[in-house]
Design a protein around this ligand. Sequence first.
Ligand code: TRP
Length: 467
Amino acid sequence: MSTTRTGFSSRLGFVAAAAGSAVGLGNIWKFPYETADNGGGAFFLIYLLCIFLIGFPVMVGEISLGRHTRSNPYGAYLKTGNKNWALVGILGVACGFMILSFYNVIAGWAFGYFLKISFGDLLNEGDFGAFFGSYVGQIGELFFFSLAFMAITAFVVMRGVQKGIESAAKILMPVLLVILLGLIIYALTLPGSWEGVEYYLKPDFSKLNLDVINSAMGHAFFSLSLGMGALITYGSYIGKQDNITSSAAIVTVADTGVAFLAGMLLLPLMFAMDLEAAQGPSLIFVVLPKAFAQMGPIVGKVVGGSFFLLVCVAALTSTISLLEVPVSYFVDERKWSRGKSVSIVAAVIFLIGIPSMMSQGFSPALSGGEEGIINYGGKTQDFLTLVADAFSEVSLPLGGLLMSLFVAFRWKTANLSDEISKGNPTYKGSTLEKFINIAISYVCPIILGFIFISNLLEKFFGFSFIH
Ligand code: TRP
């Protein structure tokens, strides 16, 4: 079977798309908060170590497997392994469905904030906490915002790899960088902002413990979009002459750089405006709007609107990659046309996301708390958290663990080296080759196995052996 598979037009196209996949909501609200809270520069060092030891080798493994097989994750494991290994690919496709279902809901919240700040009067709200609570607790508007976000994602993916995914990334990634740098320059001119930089980066090694290290590892993995075959899929669209190791290095540095820069924006803003840090969504949806409101009506609208545009742009290049994984499965394996695959897959994922949309107060049964019916790990939880725990906290490390074992012991590192050396003639015999082989055979499986087991026990059995 040799159907012509269209691919990225150039290495730059691939790098932009893969960096777009990596740079997402995780970089903007999770990384800055985690760093500031868990030891600043000390956490950042650990994070860099995780990126280097597990992120980079797994990324090289995924891209190589994708390029070698020219397939979606299922087909990739099937061609180089067997039907049982192909289940790992199915897990990846399932993660694409489930992670996108809730990720798109959160992207929809951000899209709504962008519209309401730029074109409405959200910044006149007195109490942003109460506003956010009622905003996520209804579903009329949210339904529309998430639907719009999914439609934009589907539109891009429908146009194909080169005209859709690649072109979008080549426009959106520079836009993202310009907005981010512009906002940072503005934030750093505000009085008191440098105390935020100090708070963000001042190393405090006493805060490091196994728990913190575990979350640094898990976050590094999620942030690089690893573990479900998103990069197997993107890797299947690159040319044989491309240098996989240097592309992976650029993507890794870009992702880490943007995460770092997001902190250089958020912490200075919060310190300049005298605001308390908060965890998770409320950091950007409750705390930051206070900062924008204090800037006065016009500056607030421009700065706040730009910030939420930045969040939407970052989220969009990630939703595109999440959608492409299941779409490529139906195109390759079921021989559906791209148009049919995108329409059906996007519609189904949107529907799967509706309970997540309702789980932040609209439906008490799905929202956790006293009336919640979802109960695991010793407490009631909301539906969105359930999906995130099952598919991103637990399934991604599992997928990464199995991927490393597969590449090292079934596909074999010799084949990995063959594939990499096609675009990198000096690879064989290099120190880099030794490093990647050792990392993917031993370091990654051990660490990913540890993250998988500790997250599974902690999230679902309320048992933590690392405290
Ligand atoms: N990396 C993205 C973020 O940081 C999320 C993401 C996009 C992702 N595609 C993925 C995570 C594939 C895992 C797998 O927000």
